[in-house]
Write a protein that binds this ligand. Structure first.
Ligand code: DAH
Length: 366
């Protein structure tokens, strides 16, 4: 046998070896199917594509075997038959290995598809998860229940306001910083996103007249940078009571009763002089810490008191702007932050958690 006659047979041998080497990772599909039965469907499909690729490379037009076939006519006549047989048997063994693997893989894929689509009718149905109210809603409704039981109506205001309702009618002077764009959001038409629920005092008195007793919970907006205690959108509740002969004693009694019902009968309230344009006199109110009962803890920052909101006697200018005679009628108003109260009650470190709507967080508070 000459050197040139050896070469074609070696080529075929090399092609077989190359195939066998690459085929090794598919061998599991060629024999024992059970061991691969746990293969996920997506992986089985990827293997199927890889196998088709392998077939193309080793049996396709550009394969080493196809090149060897072309040599059959060119080898010496006495070697031709043997060489032809070698090529054929090599091809046959490659085809057989591929076909078996392809078939088993196909069967595996079908099994996986059927398993995925099958339904066990004996399994109990899946219960749709029950939702519940958002913690802010829970606190808001508790506040509403208390005031409704005290004879207050619940008013619903607007979130977008004209200057008149957001500022002017509330006796906020023309050059007050709150009117500036640094503090308040404005629409392109120059309307303000209300920065406090006090706006509802005006709407409510315009619509219902006096006497009136109302609370108005709702969202307000301020240009604050978000941090653990601030969010540009938050919730307040406003209260207003106007009638003949209303005094600061009514204000103190009402706020105190509200806080007792909210945080327990032993809750103590205190008022500190303050300033708001729409009340005169004005006061901020605090209540004794519901957690430590006044002895000092983390929640009340060791002061024993929790600051809650602003209040005061409705300014005569506010009443006058609505055509109510301040010589006949007087009233009190107050405002407090619902989310702040909510964060305290649930001991949250960051009020922004209340607005992210992450169910894993919210589902803790029923
Ligand atoms: N609107 C005030 C604020 O957002 C809170 C407030 C203070 C409301 C005094 C009132 C009030 O009704 O009388 O800070």
């Amino acid at each position: 046998m000459s050197e040139t006659q050896h070469a074609p047979a070696q080529q075929v041998e090399a092609a077989r070896k190359a195939f066998e080497q690459e085929f090794e990772r598919f061998a599991r599909f060629a024999s024992d199917l059970d061991s691969s039965a746990s293969l996920p469907l997506e992986e089985a499909l990827a293997e199927q594509r890889a196998l088709a690729d392998l077939r193309n490379r080793h049996l396709g037009k550009k394969s080493a075997l196809a090149a060897a076939k072309k040599l059959i006519g060119r080898v010496a006549a006495d070697e031709r038959a043997a060489f032809g047989q070698l090529v054929q048997s090599t091809e046959a063994s490659i085809v057989q290995a591929l076909e078996q693997a392809e078939q088993n893989l196909k069967q595996l894929i079908e099994q996986q598809r059927t398993a995925r689509e099958s339904i066990d009718v004996t399994l109990p149905g899946r219960r749709p998860p029950y939702g519940h109210r958002h913690p802010i809603t829970i606190v808001r409704e508790r506040i509403e229940d208390i005031f409704v039981s005290l004879g207050y109506v619940i008013e619903d205001g607007r979130e977008i306001e004209t200057d008149f309702y957001n500022f002017t009618a509330l006796n906020i002077p023309e050059n007050h910083p709150a009117r500036g764009e640094a503090d308040t959001f404005y629409t392109t038409e120059g309307l303000a996103l209300r920065s406090q629920t006090s706006t509802v005092q005006i709407h409510a008195m315009q619509r219902r007249g006096v006497p009136i007793r109302m609370i108005a919970p709702g969202r307000v907006f301020r240009r604050d940078t978000p941090d653990p205690t601030h969010n540009p959108m938050f919730y307040q509740v406003e209260g207003l009571c106007v009638d003949r002969g209303i005094t600061m004693a009514h204000l103190k009694g009402t706020v105190t009763e509200f806080l007792r019902r909210m945080f327990g009968a032993d809750t103590v309230t205190r008022f500190r002089p303050s300033y708001f344009p729409f009340t005169e006199p004005s006061a901020e109110f605090d209540f004794s810490c519901f957690k430590c009962k006044g002895s000092g803890c983390r929640i009340c920052k060791n002061s024993g008191w929790i600051e809650l909101g602003g209040s005061g006697m409705v300014h005569p200018n506010v009443l006058r702007a609505l055509g109510v005679d301040p010589e006949v009628y007087s009233g009190f108003a107050f405002g407090l932050g619902i989310d702040r109260m909510c964060a305290l009650m649930y001991e949250l470190d960051d009020i922004r958690l209340l607005f992210e709507n992450d169910v894993r967080f919210l589902e803790q508070f029923e």
